[in-house]
Design a protein around this ligand. Structure first.
Ligand SMILES: *Cc1c(COP(=O)(O)O)cnc(C)c1O
Length: 335
């Protein structure tokens, strides 16, 4: 698989480290836990969207765009990394925010990603929950065109076949690291939302026949819908890559048991996972994605899902600046 056939810019700090988590492994008494540090991709405090944006922004430049548009929740990590990438390239950026989380407090409305977006000087617009955000993106794109600009629409989460190439790249990187380290990986676990991360990872790992199964921990949609979204994007990504049919339906596995009250709504498990990972590994997770994914991993280890002889890699997808938007949720847990 020759990824260099596709236009790509280089702004992520790669390869990201693949490191053991000895303290958490010992504490939980299950498999050997490793962590793939995609929170350290470097752009605007990092995260998984940066890998996708290397391909998406190259596509935008190839198409002559001067304005990047994208959408997400108010505390979107994707929006923050997108405006940072646009800034680096000297492009204008419009962020469309869906007020998806109910009853936000002042920290949620002003701190974390929201603060950084403002620092980058992003142009922002807000929409009520359940707005058709793809339609809203098209409307703003039309506005930009009418003013003589050249818009490029990045879908929510950067999740289309172009963006998913970033995680095909991660699959190749991870397998190369494991080979170099002599590490046998039995499972990869990570947070799955708009599906591009899991779709790219699974497509890459399957196309190179790594034999490594992936478990996505859902943060929003129920399992059947999440798996369907990921599988559809796997098929499109495989076709785009020229490896049509590389991904079998059964290799797409999501578990949505850790969503709790909904997208962005804190859970006890998330609070515990963020706290344990901070206090035992000094690693910062986030409240919306990686915290819930780690809550899932911890619960599955406790339930005996993995053998003690196995090695599980947690893919850290970033987002820790989102912690500052959730101070209140942690208050009680820190006493
Ligand atoms: C966007 C995001 C995810 C989910 O990745 P998808 O490709 O949207 O499924 C996970 N973790 C963090 C921190 C994110 O910002």
């Amino acid at each position: 698989m020759l990824l260099s056939r596709f236009p790509r810019l280089r702004f992520a700090h790669l390869p990201t480290p693949l490191e053991p988590m000895p303290n958490l492994s010992r504490l939980l008494g299950g498999p050997a836990l490793y962590i793939k540090r995609d929170d350290c991709t470097g752009l605007a405090t990092g995260g998984n969207k940066t890998r996708k944006l290397e391909f998406l922004m190259a596509d935008a430049l190839a198409k002559g765009a001067d304005t990047i548009l994208t959408q997400g929740a108010l505390q979107s990590n994707h929006a923050r990394q997108t405006v940072a990438a646009a800034t680096r390239l000297g492009l204008a950026c419009e962020l469309l925010f869906e007020k998806r989380v109910k009853g936000p407090d002042d920290d949620y409305l002003r701190s974390g990603n929201v603060f950084l977006d403002r620092l980058y000087g992003a142009r922002t617009r807000e929409y009520p929950a359940d707005t058709d955000m793809n339609k809203a993106l098209e409307e703003v794109a039309e506005e930009v065109r009418k003013k003589g600009g050249k818009p490029y629409v990045v879908p929510g989460g950067g999740s289309n076949p172009v963006g998913a190439l970033g995680y095909v790249n991660c699959a190749i990187e991870l397998v190369t690291q494991a080979n170099d380290m002599g590490l046998r990986i039995d499972r990869v676990v990570h947070a799955t939302g708009s599906a591009g991360t899991q779709a790219g990872l699974v497509t890459g790992l399957e196309a190179i026949r790594s034999g490594i199964p992936v478990l996505g921990i859902g943060v929003r949609a129920p399992r059947a819908k999440q798996e369907e979204n990921v599988y559809r994007l796997c098929q499109a990504t495989a076709e785009f890559l020229g490896v049509k049919g590389a991904v079998a339906r059964e290799t797409v596995v999501a578990n949505s048991d850790y969503v709790g009250g909904g997208y962005g709504v804190p859970t006890e498990g998330m609070i515990e996972a963020v706290k344990l990972t901070a206090r035992h590994e000094a690693i910062l997770l986030d409240p919306v994605y990686s915290g819930k994914a780690m809550a899932g991993l911890i619960d599955l280890v406790r339930k005996g899902e993995f053998k003690g002889s196995e090695t599980v890699v947690f893919l850290h997808t970033g987002g820790s600046v989102g912690l500052f938007a959730y101070l209140r949720a942690f208050e009680r847990a820190l006493n």
